[in-house]
Design a protein around this ligand. Structure first.
Ligand SMILES: *[C@@H]1O[C@H](CO)[C@@H](O)[C@H](O)[C@H]1NC(C)=O
Length: 140
């Protein structure tokens, strides 16, 4: 390897792993939506009182479920893009609480395998409610 190649590798590494994470600790992922019934949930069984009264909640996908440790975590979520243009509602973000595990939720998600599955209310607040999947930015 030439010195320039080494320098290039090093600066790429530096940028990706040292500068970027400090610039923003938000992650990107995908989100589907799901509809009632929401109970029983993988986190709280039939305890509806654990659900936020705003109806802004979500089921965690495998990437963030963390063996159940995700239950009760709050995330700020915003829609960044979708297959269909103009699906995201501009400048909207929501705060959601994880109440369920997507893979075992009573109601099936609109798309399988996403990072999280937002309640109808949460999804419709940041995107066109008839979309089945959106790309999101989320931060705990
Ligand atoms: C939402 O998406 C549907 C299906 O693509 C479309 O028909 C509808 O016009 C969209 N609604 C808004 C408010 O953009």
């Amino acid at each position: 390897m030439s010195p320039t190649t080494i320098l290039h590798c090093f600066s790429s590494f530096f940028f990706l792993f040292v500068i970027l994470p400090h610039h923003s600790n938000a992650d990107v992922g995908t989100s589907a939506r799901y509809s009632p019934p929401y109970l029983p949930s993988g986190c709280y069984g039939t305890e509806a009182s654990q659900f936020p009264s705003t109806n802004l909640f979500a089921a965690a996908g495998d990437g963030i479920w963390d063996n159940g440790a995700a239950c009760g975590r709050q995330y700020r979520v915003r829609c960044i893009s979708a297959e269909e243009p103009r699906t995201c509602i501009p400048d909207q973000s929501i705060q959601i609480k994880i109440v369920d595990y997507a893979a075992s939720a009573v109601s099936p998600p609109s798309t399988a395998g996403t990072t999280m599955v937002l309640s109808d209310k949460a999804f419709g607040t940041i995107a066109n409610a008839s979309a089945s999947m959106i790309n999101i930015e989320f931060q705990q």
